[in-house]
Design a protein around this ligand. Structure first.
Ligand code: ATP
Ligand code: MG
Length: 418
């Protein structure tokens, strides 16, 4: 027997309604803000992610699914959605249609990580990108959209953390301060951090191992230049004005290199070690880095599997998919021909009908209908048909009535709408 690959999941059955629910809420929410969907390929040139996410990040160092294809190209399954979206934005000359451009995506991402609850190797994200605005209005919009998605999902137990990681100017001074802070701790930190100290000192702050040193580290907010400080203050003021709740976290740096300025993360109280449901921020230099022109932008992404865990933990009711409303059973050669016609008539009326396609006796058919949780069974029998009659059976109460053939659809519709 073949088994699914470690860190992947089969999604089916009762879980599907959560996927539909989230996809629908996401699409409807971002529509309110003018975002349109983009579907990029699942794989890209490896170089795209190294260039954007950054050589010294966990994603590039440890987590990418990279392979050589038969044409000896280095290919990587996308670990995140921003780099492909920006690649597509540049390649398809989307700036020609006017800026800012508002795009969203939903789909699978791939990271080679240690599988745990809320952490898989294939997982799903939706994300939005607001491309082309340097204004704090754009930063505020990103956070407002994220907040409204969570609210529209019905979630309550989440926290939005925000910070500003400044521009190159402010970060230069800050990096020196960090280096000084860590200089006498280098013997005690993990090997990754020893390397990061020289290559990308900011990454020490999102080390998952050496967390105890992080809390007393210098704070970037004490090093922001006037422009960055003002931008950050203005973003917060816009959020305050809408009474959007957030917590400032001066040690939040995010795990990808392309960010600058305002960054944010959303954490959910019930998710334990995998508490982040989403994150994002400004990436003003990324588009130029990938070959486009200087285009200040920002975006965020949320993990759908973690949103589902959050929905379940908060016991948010999610409507069942209207499936298997009516079962059509039949007995006899002539009956099944007429039964098939009735099934199609019901479907013409938007009702979900399961037709009995096995050559089974009536009790076996009814048993199957019960198993599928059909509300109603239409039973078409040879004897009844001769009298121009079919039987309607309420599967919940067992109540059964005879009804004229021509009134089946109307009556069945009334019964299931009750
Ligand atoms: P974490 O700190 O938990 O590793 P991250 O900072 O790597 O998260 P991002 O790159 O910001 O995550 O991705 C945005 C969201 O995607 C995360 O907040 C999370 O909900 C989800 N996510 C990221 N990696 C995984 C994964 N391996 N499995 C499931 N969801 C994930
Ligand atoms: Mg991660």
């Amino acid at each position: 027997m073949y088994k699914r690959i470690k860190g992947t999941e089969d999604i089916f059955g009762d879980d599907i309604k959560y996927w539909y629910y989230i996809e629908n809420v996401v699409k409807e929410t971002v529509r309110l803000y003018g975002y349109s969907e983009i579907r990029t390929p699942i794989f890209e040139a490896t170089e795209l992610f190294i260039r954007s996410v950054g050589e010294e990040t966990d994603i590039v160092q440890k987590e990418m699914y990279t392979f050589e294809d038969k044409g000896q190209r280095s290919i990587t399954l996308r670990p995140e959605g921003t780099a492909p979206t920006i690649r597509a934005f540049i390649e398809n000359s989307m700036m020609a249609t006017g800026l800012p451009k508002r795009l969203f995506y939903i789909g699978p991402m791939f990271r080679y990580e240690r599988p745990q609850k809320g952490r898989q190797r294939q997982f799903h994200q939706f994300g939005v990108e607001l491309i082309g605005s340097p204004s704090p209005l754009a930063d505020a919009e990103g956070i407002i959209v994220a907040d409204r998605v969570l609210k529209n999902l019905g979630l309550l137990n989440y926290t939005i953390k925000i910070n500003s990681i400044g521009c190159d100017k402010c970060r230069a001074n800050y990096k020196n301060a960090l280096k000084e802070y860590y200089s006498d701790k280098l013997d005690y930190v993990c090997d990754d951090c020893k390397r990061r100290y020289n290559t990308n000192v900011l990454r020490l702050l999102d080390c998952k191992v050496d967390v105890e040193y992080v809390k007393d580290a210098p704070k970037i907010t004490d090093y922001l230049c006037d422009d960055c400080k003002h931008h950050y203050e203005e973003t917060k003021r816009l959020l305050d004005n809408l009474k959007i709740k957030y917590v400032e976290d001066p040690l939040l740096v995010r795990g990808l290199d392309y960010y600058n300025g305002v960054v944010f993360e959303i954490h959910h109280g019930d998710l334990g070690a995998q508490s982040a449901v989403g994150g994002g921020g400004r990436y003003d230099k990324l588009i130029k880095e990938l070959g486009g022109s200087q285009t200040p932008s920002l975006g965020f992404a949320m993990g759908i599997e973690r949103l589902i865990i959050a929905l379940k933990n908060e016991k948010i009711p999610v409507e069942d998919i209207k499936n298997n409303e009516i079962f059509v059973a039949h007995l006899g050669e002539q009956a099944r021909i007429e039964a098939l016609k009735i099934a199609e008539d019901l479907r013409d009326n938007g009702i979900s009908v399961v037709f009995s396609t096995m050559e089974r006796g009536l009790s076996a058919q009814l048993k199957h209908a019960a198993r599928l949780k059909c509300k109603l069974c239409v039973i078409v029998g040879e004897n009844e048909l001769e009298r121009n009659i079919v039987i309607l059976r309420n599967m919940e109460t067992g109540e059964q009535i005879e009804i004229e053939r021509d009134y089946v659809v109307g009556t069945a519709k009334e019964w299931i709408e009750e």
